[in-house]
Design a protein around this ligand. Structure first.
Ligand SMILES: C[S@@+](CC[C@H](N)C(=O)[O-])C[C@H]1O[C@@H](n2cnc3c(N)ncnc32)[C@H](O)[C@@H]1O
Length: 425
């Protein structure tokens, strides 16, 4: 048996159990059962394994625990690569062989969908896979400063506890981002520079972005305008287009695999247009960020509307969807909550509708408005399969059928997955 902590090896201690994992569940935990029948969600346990588990949380109907020793390991267990595994909270699936992660996630998503949406994912559901390490081109880090004002290091902020986890090299960040942190980032606030640190003297939250060519842009709150223009704005080349963005707003964080998602969205649009289930009269891109999907589909439509809540995206959407580059397409970029825009605009033609909401999924008003509209084909890009399944269940009641489902392993070593659903009615 491999124990992480010898002190907890005593089987007589009532907080510890040897548990056999039945399966992996959404979020990456292993599911096992205590001798009293209660379910235990075990962090770090793989299906089939027998693990020594320390209970960390107990309720009447379920419990949580963490692996403190592996009695019978799975053949797919590997040694975590990062020394911060289990501490940083970011890459909690590192104990599972990278080559197997998509297979496990596919099983989890099939079950998740059955449980939450009472439907089956299509037989041909696949997960597209890219690089397992060094893939992440966007991150938020905290720069830390010593008394004398010099940068003393950087850290991730743990989401749940707010604690700072210092690191030197993060193996999922792109090499350019790691190199930036080791070098130029340390000098941003060096004495004599025009950069200004805000209220908390000991630390600064910094968004960093690698545009795929190793050019790194950054953003921090309170950044002076000239510095923003010089160091925050970036251009990404994708699908033969240049897309402008900046490090303060949302942009996709796995540029290596992004072309495959773009290709799948393009073919979903093409199928809709050629089958007649959607018209080329109007493309509506909701939760549009800097107009990412709309810009890549601009050549196919007579009219385009993008709707995004974050005003900082608007100027980029204007550049990315400039009318001059697009022949006769009429473009309207709106800064508003998508649900409000949908509820107050009558969509009475079979427009092509793309939605790409945050993890919370589609707001209820947006779902209602889609159901009431004349939209027959919906392309739903999701970064949370749980809210996607919930929203699908409501759309299914309103007559939408799932034509195609694809997964995209945008966040290897973590239990997160990007999904694409193509729905029609
Ligand atoms: C997952 S991102 C997708 C952005 C874009 N489609 C892309 O691929 O770059 C979700 C976007 O929705 C925006 N957002 C969040 N809630 C919103 C809302 N209620 N209405 C409109 N936009 C919203 C966020 O600011 C973010 O830009």
């Amino acid at each position: 048996m491999v124990y992480r902590n010898k002190k907890v090896a005593r089987s007589s201690d009532p907080r510890y159990f040897d548990l056999r994992t039945e399966k992996m569940v959404q979020g990456g935990d292993g599911m096992a059962r205590l001798p009293d029948g209660r379910v235990c969600f075990v962090q770090g346990a793989l299906p089939g394994e027998l693990c020594r588990v320390e209970l960390t949380f107990q309720k009447k109907d379920f419990t949580r625990g963490r692996v403190v020793g592996v009695v019978e390991p799975s053949a797919d267990r590997v040694a975590p690569r990062c020394p911060l595994y289990g501490k940083c909270g970011g890459c909690s699936l590192q104990h599972l062989d990278s080559q197997k992660q998509a297979e496990y996630m596919a099983r989890v998503e099939r079950e998740n969908f059955r449980r939450l949406a009472h439907a089956d994912l299509p037989d041909d559901f696949v997960i597209h896979v890219g690089n397992s390490w060094g893939y992440r081109n966007r991150a938020r880090v905290v720069l830390q400063f010593a008394r004398g004002g010099e940068c003393s290091g950087f850290a991730f902020r743990e989401q749940e506890s707010n604690a700072l986890i210092p690191f030197e090299n993060c193996p999922v960040l792109t090499p350019a981002l790691n190199a930036f942190l080791q070098g130029p980032a340390r000098n941003i606030f060096a004495p004599g520079s025009s950069s200004r640190r805000s209220s908390r003297p000991g630390e600064v939250s910094l968004n960093i972005f690698d545009n795929g060519k190793g050019e790194v842009s950054y953003f921090y709150r309170g950044m002076p305008k000239e510095e923003f223009e010089k160091h925050s704005v970036s251009v990404v080349e994708i699908g033969g287009r240049k897309i402008e963005s900046d490090a303060s707003v949302f942009f996709q964080s796995n540029l290596g695999l992004l072309p495959e998602l773009v290709q799948s969205v393009r073919s979903a649009v093409d199928e809709g247009l050629s089958s007649g289930s959607a018209s080329n009269d109007w493309l509506i891109d909701l939760f549009s960020g800097v107009g990412f999907f709309a810009a890549l589909l601009q050549d196919k439509f007579k009219r385009i509307t993008t709707v995004e809540r974050d005003e900082g995206c608007l100027k980029h959407a204007g550049v990315n969807l400039s009318v001059t580059g697009s022949g006769n397409t009429a473009v309207e970029n709106v800064s508003a909550p998508a649900e409000e825009w949908l509820a107050s605009h009558v969509v009475d033609i079979p427009a092509t509708l793309i939605v790409d909401p945050p993890r919370t999924g589609l707001p209820g008003e947006a779902l209602d408005a889609i159901v009431r509209s004349s939209v027959k084909r919906l392309i739903y890009v999701s970064c949370d399969p749980v809210t996607l399944a919930r929203d699908y269940a409501k759309l299914a009641v309103a007559g939408f059928k799932l034509e195609r489902a694809e997964g995209f392993a945008f966040y290897p070593q973590t239990p997160h997955l990007e999904m694409l659903f193509v729905l029609s009615r």
